[in-house]
Ligand binder design. Structure first.
Ligand SMILES: NC(=O)c1ccc[n+]([C@@H]2O[C@H](COP(=O)([O-])OP(=O)(O)OC[C@H]3O[C@@H](n4cnc5c(N)ncnc54)[C@H](O)[C@@H]3O)[C@@H](O)[C@H]2O)c1
Length: 154
């Protein structure tokens, strides 16, 4: 299968790409940045298979999926970090929420039946492990973070 890993130059994307390639898939990554050196040790092919583009650029994403004959998308492109999200909530919304919408729209237009969304670790761990709330100077704003938008409802 031809798989596009969005955020493939990032931490989870690199490990996902490696695992997918080891399982026999043809892997491409879609990212605005190049993979850092330490991730190239994990997946040396990341650089040659990188399709550079922003997750907000739906035309580019669509063109890449078409030209690489993508069968499935694993979506890990995101901006991460609590403090940065408080400094730029609009930017985080555009990347993390609208980015997912774009991935789904591309999949809909191309009739791709397989989209895997890498959500936040809170969504994955709820009910399995205690999640300690860390009090910060800005903890009053904590519940307003965009992370909650992409979590499963309780
Ligand atoms: N690292 C973890 O332990 C962990 C655990 C659970 C869930 N997650 C989630 O997985 C996702 C990825 O996390 P990560 O740790 O790999 O982060 P990361 O920062 O290492 O990787 C994110 C990648 O997305 C890319 N990106 C950012 N904005 C983009 C844009 N506009 N267009 C295209 N690419 C863009 C970055 O360049 C980067 O390569 C996040 O949603 C995170 O919340 C991470």
């Amino acid at each position: 299968m031809n798989v596009l890993v969005t955020g493939g130059a990032g931490f989870l994307g690199a490990y996902l790409s490696n695992a997918l390639q080891a399982a026999g898939h043809v892997v491409y990554s879609y990212d605005i940045a190049s993979p850092p050196k330490e991730l190239l040790h994990i997946s040396p092919f990341l650089e040659s298979n990188l399709r550079r583009g922003a997750i907000g650029d739906i035309d580019r994403l669509l063109a890449v999926c078409r030209s690489d004959k993508i069968d499935a998308i694993m979506h890990a492109a995101a901006r991460v970090g609590l403090e940065p999200s408080l400094d730029d909530p609009g930017g985080f919304y555009q990347t993390n929420v609208m980015g997912l919408v774009n991935v789904c729209e591309v999949a809909r237009q191309l009739g791709l039946g397989k989209v895997v969304f890498v959500s936040s670790n809170t969504a994955c761990m709820r009910g399995l492990a205690p999640f300690r709330k860390r009090r910060t100077r800005r903890s009053l704003s904590r519940e307003l973070t965009l992370r909650r938008t992409t979590e499963r409802p309780r």
